[in-house]
Design a protein around this ligand. Sequence first.
Ligand SMILES: Nc1ncnc2c1ncn2[C@@H]1O[C@H](COP(=O)(O)OP(=O)(O)O)[C@@H](O)[C@H]1O
Ligand SMILES: [Mg+2]
Length: 365
Amino acid sequence: MLIRVEHLRKEFSENVVPLADLSCEIDEGDVVSIIGPSGTGKSTFLNLLNRLETPTSGKIWFNGEETTAPGYDLNRLRREMGMVFQSFNLFSHQTLVENVMLGPVHLLGKGKQEAYEQAMDLLQSVGLYSRALSYPSECSGGQQQRAAIARAMAMNPKVLLFDEPTSALDPTMVSEVLAVIRNLAKSGVTMLIVTHEMNFAREVSNRIFYLDEGCVYEEGSPSVIFEHPVKEKTRRFVKNIRCYDWDSVKSGMDFPRLQGEMENFAYRCLLSPDLINRLEMLVEETLSQLFETGREIHISLHIHLEVHEKKGEIHVEIRWSGKPLNVLEGKDEYSMILLHHACPDAVYEEKDGVSVLRGIVRRKQ
Ligand SMILES: Nc1ncnc2c1ncn2[C@@H]1O[C@H](COP(=O)(O)OP(=O)(O)O)[C@@H](O)[C@H]1O
Ligand SMILES: [Mg+2]
């Protein structure tokens, strides 16, 4: 085992606690992609591993030694743990080859000639041999990031940490940087990669960590996490599912507000006007039957919408307690026609006093 993390916690303040209790183990040769919504502490996690940040509590072992113990040599840690940042962080007054030589000469005490030869080899391996004497400002973002990777590799680290290495790049330059990381993965370098590039993560890593709620919320092989995640939140994240929930207990029966929020949600999901129309038709017709004059109104009502962005469809669930009413078999024929038009495959179910109307509003074929 190369890295072991136990009950890691980081509080920036009373209210900002990105990592509450994170534990994990990483073996030599592992390529771990770290995914999760923004603000869930992915960068914080990497910065705690290489000790750019100090944990509030918890322990980290690296290569058999506890890095969080008093007296541990942080300079050694920095030599053995390479870091590639989103923003390249090259020294602007030095050429690419000088950037790559810097660590070996000053931190490892290598001779200049040896460091130069190694740097040129590394630049060649990332496709930058001919740019060795250029300054960072003369290079594209993709070239700078590839040089930053070569610089990290020059220290011959035991593990490389990447924090969103492609997110500051022009889209046209993403693939050249991913190709370099892919080659490193093939050569057996241990890596932890924070990334939003899901296809890349799936292809390059043997393990995926989904970070949420202050911990490694779910981890598994790429096929488990991307195709069969166990937990609901993971599924929503990887399938790019957005949700909207409305609860009468919290919001009262303020239907204009419900309608406004639903519309806002649908527009943010870039749904077509036709889909939005039929969603509203489904919800409004159901509610108007439920709240038709004379009917019992002491009910609780919950509306759950899920939008699958790729498929462009809305999963709708309307759940209420109180008197059961099969809104799909109501007396009003016009209402039936509208409901059928909105969602032909909607189904109604009643169990233990809870009624549910479920359906998927789809694009018209
Ligand atoms: N140095 C810091 N001081 C205070 N708050 C911070 C600091 N760094 C990060 N945070 C906060 O911690 C949370 C997690 O941040 P971060 O680790 O950058 O998330 P991610 O990389 O997953 O987007 C965020 O709410 C962020 O604002
Ligand atoms: Mg981050």
